[in-house]
Design a binder for this molecule. Structure first.
Ligand SMILES: [Zn+2]
Ligand SMILES: [Zn+2]
Length: 262
């Protein structure tokens, strides 16, 4: 099992020491992890949920120390990078400056949305859910097309409980899959949805046949913000991979994609 999406307390909304996350992974038989904490953004944007620019060295040091202390598990150095229109140059420079193994693209804010632009807390009383999902997915596609990122993180995190974007906005889902394929990115099955109201991963497991049929690389991430969340619900998800004929997962080293048979 590979957990390619783990946070640290540097983002101010995660708990525990980096060593506790690693030990939890080892306990569960996870062989490879990547720390992917939230990237700092320009002008202290959303500083409440991410490290400051000058904390990146602390973060890198923590990961190096964990690697030294736990040779029995592969630990990689990554970042969860926001796609936010207007920040592309900053993100590109930042990613070039640091020696990351893996870069996850996430959308937490949408520039042209009102009130703090939060994806998780939108309020559009005059719009249908389909319109909102379409608008969101068109922003995701823009992010993919920048070519800045390796993995598409929690791609349908906008969904309300019970919703499937495949059912509600099928054409946009197809466009998104085509964009992912063209960009050579992987899709993360992010299990953090199991500890939220939706009760299923991002994207939902109904995406697996589409991902498989489009030969899109897959990886797994718990998006742990607490050591206990490392590898959350990986066993049933890996079981589903088997049922759906998904036999390989990808991981990244120095931003190079590699495959692992599961
Ligand atoms: Zn995220
Ligand atoms: Zn995350």
């Amino acid at each position: 099992m590979i957990d390619n999406h783990i946070h640290t307390k540097l983002c101010k909304h995660a708990e525990g020491e980096i060593f506790e996350y690693v030990e939890k992974a080892i306990d569960q038989g996870i062989k490879e992890v990547a720390f992917t904490d939230h990237i700092p953004l320009p002008d202290n944007f959303d500083l409440a949920h991410r490290m400051q620019l000058d904390e990146i060295d602390t973060y890198a040091r923590w990961v190096v120390r964990a690697k030294e202390k736990y040779p029995e598990i592969t630990i990689r150095y990554g970042i969860e990078a926001d796609f936010y229109e207007g920040f592309e140059d900053f993100i590109e420079k930042f990613l070039n400056l640091h020696d990351f193994d893996i870069v996850i693209m996430s959308i937490h804010f949408i520039r042209h949305w009102p009130k703090g632009n939060w994806v998780f807390d939108y309020h559009f009383p005059d719009k249908s859910k389909e319109e909102i999902y379409k608008d969101y997915l068109s922003t995701v596609i823009k992010g993919i097309e920048t070519g800045l990122f390796d993995v598409l993180g929690h791609l349908d995190m906008i969904k309300s409980p019970g919703d499937s974007l495949i059912q509600l906005v099928p054409n946009e889902v197809i466009q998104l899959l085509q964009a992912v394929k063209k960009s050579d990115m992987a899709i993360e099955i992010n299990t953090s949805g199991y500890r939220k109201k939706v009760g299923e991963p991002y994207p939902g497991l109904d995406w697996l046949p589409l991902i498989r049929d489009n030969s899109i690389p897959v990886t797994t991430g718990s998006d742990a913000h607490h050591p206990d969340q490392v590898g959350l619900q990986f066993k049933p998800v890996y079981h589903r991979f088997k049922e759906e004929g998904i036999k390989k997962l990808v991981f990244y080293e120095k931003r190079f994609k590699m495959e692992r048979t599961i």
